[in-house]
Structures are given as C-alpha cells and as structure tokens.
Ligand binder design. Structure first.
Ligand code: NAP
Ligand code: MG
Length: 401
C-alpha cells in the first residue's frame, strides 16, 4: 500500500510519562504504516526542557506560528516534588501556559461521544464544545483583606495623570475587596477565535455573561463580541447557516441543560473553568475529551485534555500491565492531520483522520476497551485490553473499515 504524502510538516511536541509511551505506540501502530509522516520534532519531555532551560518549549511555540499546526503530548507541569524527582535546575513554567501566551489563544474542549457511554444529561446527543477565555478576571486579581472601618476606592490613573475614582464601599468593620481586569485586546482575540472556530466546525456559537449586573465589565465583553460579529462575521455565519446567540449566563445554563448539544459555548475565564469540568464529567471523563488551542491568527495546537497519567506510568516502569486510554491522544493526532490536510489540500489525509476516529469509536462500541472506559460504559461484557492491545485493536478495526 502506498503511504499518504504530506507537504508541510506538523509541529510534533513530545511529552512525559504514560502519554509519552502511548505517543510512540500511536506513531508506530497507527500513523507510520499509513502516512509518510512529516513532522518537526520538539522534545518537551521534562528532562529535555530542563537541559535546554525550557528554550525547547519556546522554540516549539515559534515553530507552531511558522507552520500553523501542532500536535502536543501531555507534559508535566513541575511542582516541588517534580523538581526533586527530575533534579531540575528550576521549577519550569507550565508548557501549556508558555504556548498559550505565545499563541495568544483560546482553548476549545469537546467530548468524544460513543454509544454505550451515556451522558448524565440524557438529551445531550451531540457534543458541547466549551471555549474558555484564558486571560484575566479573577485569575489575575488583586485582593485585600480589609482589617476594619474605612473607605475602599477604585482608582485609575491615566498615562496623562488624570484620575478616575469610584467608591467601592464605606466599611464599618472588617471585610474583603478584590480588583480584577481584562483588556479589549484580549477580549477581541477571544471573540475572533470563537467566531473562526464556529465557522470552521459549522456550529452555532453561544456566549453569555452577567451584563445586567456588571453593566460595564461584563457589558464590555458583550459589546465587543457584538461589534466584531456585526462587522466581520455576520455574513459569513449566514452563508454557513449558523447562528451567533447571546444571552444572560443564568438563561444560558438553563438552555444548555435542555439542549441536545452540538454548539460552542464561549465562556469567560471563570465560567469556562467551572463549566468545562461540569461538561467533561457529564459526558464521561477527561480521557474522552479533545482539546485544541486556536489563535486569532488561525494557528492550531491539538492535544488531549488529560495529563500524563502518572499513576499508570509508575506501574509501567515496574513492568506491570497498564490499560490506559489513548483515544484523546489519537484524536489530537487526527485533529492535527485533518487540519494539515485541509490547509494543504490533501484529501487523503482528511479521509485518513476521519477513518481513524471512526475506528476508535467502533472499537469501543464493539466492546473492546480500556479498563477506565469499561467503568463508565453500559456495554454488557466488555473485553478489557492493555494499553498496546487497545491500540492494536483500533488498527485492526481501521484495516477492516
Ligand atoms: P492525569 O494524567 O489527568 O490523571 C489522573 C487520573 O485520571 C489517572 O490516575 C487515571 O485514573 C485517570 N486518567 C487520566 N487520563 C487517563 C487515560 N487516558 N486513561 C485512563 N485513565 C486516565 O492527572 P495526574 O496524574 O494528576 O497528573 C499527571 C501530570 O500531568 C502532572 O504532572 C500534571 O502536571 C500533568 N498535566 C498535564 C496536562 C497537559 O499537558 N495538558 C494537563 C493536566 C495535567 P486512575 O489512576 O484511577 O486509573
Ligand atoms: Mg477547573
């Protein structure tokens, strides 16, 4: 059989622990036999990040800007324990944070739906994609624990020295205050990423804030979205037969629960943090969740939503059998390959990605799955496979499709 040829390389970001093991298996079993795989390889494994003083992470982000599409393996975000374990020179920053900052992106997360894994909300027959704004608000806050009586004020001093001043509260006793911010630039990027992703995936876009209470802060989000939509996206949305829909956050949660899914839900930073965990749990778990970072300039970085599955890796190191679900990592590859195929006009690559995703789903629907999936599946007599056997079963399904 002839292998599929690629034109532009994918930026390949290798990672850590169990997902690094799966990464190699996926390439050997599911990609290299079928594709003349072209990648520019960056080893984001913690040891190599440490050796390069984390320069490799910055280089991989720059390469992503250059080529436009990256696929990333889960990586360790070091904490004190990891500094000791890997004898690190420094507690290096989260690679995802570094890459997100460089690409100025929005993260889109969507569940992978499979028959036999019933969402807790039974009418959610299609995926709900959460688009989380990843800058500012309470995540960049300044807080004061007020010790006693006094006046709290909000003061802005312009570059020209001019002041804007508002009283927050006249305290009669102890209390708390918090200052948060966002920028029009970041909100604009977020809005554009959401509109582009909706067009890309032909899904309606929902956005909600609390603008009735927060008449300036949240209202600014609403206004920026609406202005950009009217000026740049309205006609494109109409042509694609999709809708932009704004409502109050309270109304949104009620509608989301009643919906059948199949749309993108754009969330402010905190809403996205909370709602993505709720949605992921309602559909199954993080190992059945895709994640893609999209920059406003149209650069894509695909990954799994889960971490490096440390507990399984330690078992693997001891030579014990593991049954780790590789589907989210496979979907990171298929997402990236499909996008590369679309950008380079390689139909076979798009078809390959679609077929490999179908093979993953069919394998599980046929009752062959990992231990973690068997725990949430309604399948009567599941055949539980180890990490490699599961990938090989997907290959067999793929070949038979
Ligand atoms: P994790 O890798 O998400 O795994 C937590 C638990 O969830 C596992 O122990 C396992 O449960 C289950 N699980 C997750 N993915 C699974 C899969 N594919 N198949 C089967 N079970 C799965 O989180 P962690 O172990 O707490 O974190 C490990 C490292 O990942 C940390 O160093 C963290 O910094 C990093 N991390 C990276 C990313 C990223 O790169 N995007 C994201 C999150 C965390 P059982 O043990 O019960 O089977
Ligand atoms: Mg969270």
């Amino acid at each position: 059989m002839e292998k599929i040829e690629m034109k532009t390389p994918l930026v390949e970001m290798d990672g850590d622990e169990m997902t690094r093991v799966l990464w190699q298996m996926i390439k050997e079993e599911l990609l290299l036999p079928y594709i003349d795989l072209k990648t520019e390889y960056y080893d984001l494994g913690l040891q190599h990040r440490n050796e390069t003083d984390d320069q490799v992470t910055i280089d991989s982000a720059e390469a992503t800007k250059k080529y436009g599409v990256a696929v990333k393996c889960a990586t360790i975000t070091p904490n004190a324990a990891r500094v000791k374990e890997y004898d690190l020179k420094e507690m290096w920053k989260s690679p995802n944070g570094t890459i997100r900052a460089a690409l100025d992106g929005t993260v889109f997360r969507a569940p992978i739906l499979i028959k036999g894994i019933m969402p807790y909300v039974h009418n959610w027959s299609k995926p709900i994609t959460i688009a989380r704004h990843a800058y500012g608000d309470v995540y960049k806050n300044v807080e004061i624990k007020v010790p006693g009586a006094g006046r709290a004020e909000l003061v802005f001093t312009g570059a020209d020295g001019e002041e804007i001043r508002e009283t927050i509260h006249e305290f009669k006793g102890p209390g708390i205050i918090q200052g948060i911010h966002n920028t029009d630039e970041s909100i604009t990027s977020f809005a554009k990423a959401c509109f582009n992703y909706a067009l890309d995936t032909k899904q309606d876009l929902w956005f909600a804030t609390k603008d009735t209470i927060s008449k300036k802060y949240d209202h600014n989000f609403k206004d920026i979205f609406q202005e950009i939509y009217d000026a740049q996206y309205k006609e494109k949305f109409e042509a694609a037969g999709i809708e932009y829909f704004y409502t109050l956050i309270d109304d949104a949660v009620a509608r989301v629960i009643r919906s059948e899914g199949g749309f993108i839900w754009a969330c402010k930073n905190y809403d996205g943090d909370v709602m993505s965990d709720m949605v992921a749990t309602a559909y199954g778990d993080l190992s059945m969740m895709t994640s893609v970072l999209v920059s406003p300039s149209g650069v894509y970085e695909y990954e799994a939503a889960h971490g490096t599955v440390q507990r399984h890796y330690y078992k693997y190191l001891k030579g014990e059998e593991t049954s780790t679900n590789s589907i989210a990592t496979i979907f990171a590859w298929t997402g990236a390959l499909r996008k590369r195929g679309e950008l380079d006009g390689i139909e076979e690559l798009v078809t390959f990605a679609d077929k490999l995703e179908r093979a993953c789903i069919k394998t599980v629907e046929d009752g062959k799955m990992t231990k973690s999936l068997s725990l949430i599946s309604t399948c009567k007599n599941p055949v539980i496979l180890n990490s490699l056997e599961f990938i090989q079963a997907i290959r067999a399904t793929f070949d038979a499709l």
